[in-house]
Design a protein around this ligand. Structure first.
Ligand SMILES: [Ca+2]
Length: 555
């Protein structure tokens, strides 16, 4: 089946547990999603990506799947999902599901069988290895670290062997080298595509092929010491081609999550009609205030952010298509990271303008469109994120408690997982239950959807205007990208050009007013303001976190 033109899409991501509780038990669900579909459509997005909605023991909140063909009872039923799907389609929204196939839950029936012994049909669905026996005792099969900290091996008593888990010990890695496992994946894809789902976001899909023999990683590097043995592995392309063939039958779109992947490598996956993925979720724009992970925090660097943006804009130009995002369920809130609490509204809207008008498909994560901010919980016990907990308990133990908690405050994924703030009602209108499943950010009385709906200057209405502007402009959709003043640490200037039309975007990241020398093609020409986050705008002058989008008339 022919694929729809995915390049025009903007995509709204739902992490359902915290989106909206429709049945009053304190947990977000598909009943709440159904009620909010009109709201989602009102944003002007074209698709919804659901983080996993499958049954899961929630060791990693849905990214540990125990049944790929059903819906978690907390979120509803398959029938309710189909209802959401039908209504979404009526509203013109595509629906993308999260395909989590690098690993399953340790409660998945395949794993429960597999761990029983080497002689059952599922024994080779996972990576089981004997311990290495030394005079000094038993050692793990290799030195790989889990990405959630600690060793990547866990003991299974029944087999007297260890199994591999690149993430938590409750997420055993699937052995994709086993053709039967790949057939299972094909079956899962067909199950949802037959139901009418429009495509998949594919979780850490670049990790599914491990280097033969699982050789040791670097002994001196924590957490990602063996990445070079499992990222972009030897059989990744053939496996992706196999799954692509299924997607192609349905015209489905495939978006791959690719941590630590650079442009050059990305081009292998996303180029031309034979591409194996339509877009990659790459991580470089998430690293402008940290080294490799948010846990290794440093001050925000606009130059670093712009370098990441432009590297991908230039790198994929004319060859591939970018996935543009600043937030998702795996990263703290962007206003708290790259923006300003003092200039909260201005910086939230400036950040929107910084990525939505680049070439690619913009993603908006639930709550981002109202400028939700990080939560600060007082003790590590209040945090639920397995990665935060592991990092806290394994590193920087000699530092004062306050410093260690500060590291968690700036890095925890839980900040993206607090309930969406719908209104100023109790529990932010997220639930009618007395207690929501997780902490509500107490700034909900100020930051909420209802308060922003009727305010033309709100963050919410800026997102709507920005998405509408992009959607209605062939230049913003398909035009060439060019950055000016790349070395500036205070402002970000870029333009999009197509068939002689030029649209200029100027954004301040400064707390003080700026006077900038306009790039040559913008100078002297007649300029029409298409969008801004102040009541008026003067070319060449940028107030704190001001964003201006101009149409430049050719002279
Ligand atoms: Ca519920």
């Amino acid at each position: 089946m022919e694929q729809f033109d995915f390049r025009r899409m903007s995509i709204y991501q739902i992490w359902v547990r915290s989106f909206c509780d429709g049945n009053g038990d304190g947990i977000g669900d598909l009943y709440g999603v159904y009620d909010k579909l009109d709201y989602i459509a009102s944003l002007g997005v074209d698709a919804i990506w659901f983080s996993p909605i499958y049954p899961s023991p929630n060791a990693d909140f849905g990214y540990d799947v125990s049944d790929y063909r059903d819906v978690h009872p907390d979120y509803g039923t398959l029938e309710q999902f189909q209802k959401v799907l039908r209504r979404a389609h009526e509203l013109g929204l595509k629906v993308l599901l999260d395909l989590v196939i690098n690993h399953t839950s340790d409660q998945h029936p395949w794993f429960l069988e597999s761990r029983k012994g080497p002689d059952n049909p599922y024994s080779d669905y996972y990576f089981w290895r004997d311990p290495i026996l030394k005079r000094s005792g038993r050692r793990l099969p290799n030195n790989w670290s889990s990405q959630f900290a600690g060793p990547a091996w866990e003991y299974g008593e029944e087999r007297d062997q260890y199994y591999l888990h690149l993430f938590s010990k409750n997420q055993p890695d699937l052995n994709m080298d086993n053709p039967r496992v790949r057939e299972e994946i094909e079956g899962i894809m067909r199950f949802w595509l037959d139901m009418g789902v429009d495509g998949f976001r594919e979780d850490v899909i670049t990790y599914i092929s491990k280097r033969e023999g699982l050789p040791n990683g670097l002994p001196w590097l924590p957490v990602i010491n063996a990445m070079h043995h499992y990222k972009d592995g030897p059989n990744l392309l053939p496996y992706l081609r196999q799954f692509r063939a299924v997607a192609r039958e349905y015209g489905a779109v495939q978006i791959g999550e690719a941590p630590m992947t650079g442009v050059k490598r990305a081009l292998r996956y996303v180029c031309g009609p034979d591409r194996v993925l339509d877009m990659l979720i790459q991580f470089q724009p998430m690293m402008a205030d940290c080294f490799l992970t948010e846990y290794l925090h440093h001050a925000f660097s606009l130059r670093k952010l712009k370098r990441a943006f432009s590297r991908w804009q230039y790198g994929l130009a004319g060859r591939g298509w970018n996935a543009l995002y600043l937030e998702n369920h795996d990263h703290p809130r962007i206003v708290s990271r790259y923006g300003s609490s003092h200039f909260w509204r201005e910086s939230a809207t400036a950040l929107a303008a910084s990525y939505i008008f680049q070439q690619g498909c913009p993603f908006v994560y639930q709550g981002q469109e109202i400028g939700m901010t990080n939560i600060r919980l007082h003790s590590i016990e209040q945090y639920l994120d397995v990665a935060s907990r592991n990092l806290y308990h394994m590193f920087h133990k000699n530092e004062p408690q306050e410093k260690r908690m500060q590291r968690i405050h700036v890095s925890s994924r839980d900040s993206a997982r607090t309930p969406v703030q719908w209104s100023g009602a109790p529990n932010a209108g997220f639930t009618s239950a007395p207690e929501p499943w997780f902490y509500v950010n107490q700034n909900y009385t100020k930051i909420n959807v209802a308060a922003q709906e009727d305010d033309p200057d709100s963050v919410l209405n800026f997102y709507r205007a920005a998405l509408a502007l992009r959607k209605g402009s062939e230049t913003l959709l398909f035009g060439d990208y060019r950055e000016y003043h790349p070395h500036s640490g205070t402002h970000y200037l870029y333009e999009r050009t197509l068939n002689g039309e030029r649209i200029a975007v100027a954004i301040s990241f400064a707390h003080i007013p700026l006077h900038i020398r306009l790039p040559e093609p913008w100078r002297g020409a007649t300029k029409t303001l298409l969008l801004g986050n102040y009541p008026d705008a003067i070319p060449g002058t940028l107030r704190p976190y001001e964003a201006q989008v101009w149409k430049i008339e050719s002279t």
